[in-house]
Ligand binder design. Structure first.
Ligand SMILES: [Zn+2]
Length: 146
């Protein structure tokens, strides 16, 4: 599991794991002491708050994998900066609100490009993850705009 996490982000640390019959939940956090404010570039080590974020990743041993991430929001201490807080950046998801890892989205896209959305949904939902037609279409649309 550790290796799987490191391949997503070397800073990820495993806090707890829950293995059920068809699913695995990994509770993780990033173990960096400081993060850089994306607005002004100054580093900060002072945590404002922590939020739980659920992110779906590729299955492991045919079990659906979900990361439960303790995602931190930092204070920016730079008086010149217009932002008082910033959220730590995650390179393995696309954008702030993504609920799936990039590598899971890529796998879904590969499947969806080869068949109709309806067949893709069947294939994707039989073991890869649980998503709707709309999500598949959204992933495909994102590909077109790249
Ligand atoms: Zn700043």
């Amino acid at each position: 599991m550790e290796e799987l996490l490191k391949s997503l982000d070397p800073a990820l640390e495993l806090l707890d794991e829950r293995i059920e019959e068809g699913s695995i939940e990994l509770h993780v956090k990033r173990n960096t002491l400081k993060e850089t404010c994306p607005y002004c570039g100054e580093e900060s080590g002072s945590v404002h708050s922590v939020h739980r974020k659920r992110i779906h990743d590729l299955p492991v041993q045919e079990k659906l994998l979900t990361l439960v991430l303790e995602r931190r929001i930092f204070f920016c201490k730079n008086p010149q900066c217009k932002h008082k807080t910033f959220i730590e950046e995650l390179h393995f998801i696309d954008g702030k609100c993504a609920r799936r890892t990039k590598r899971l989205d890529e796998r879904i896209r590969d499947i969806a490009l080869k068949m109709s959305a309806r067949s893709a949904k069947k294939v994707v939902n039989s073991g890869l993850t649980v998503i709707s037609d709309d999500t598949i279409l959204r992933i495909l649309k994102k590909t077109e705009s790249m």
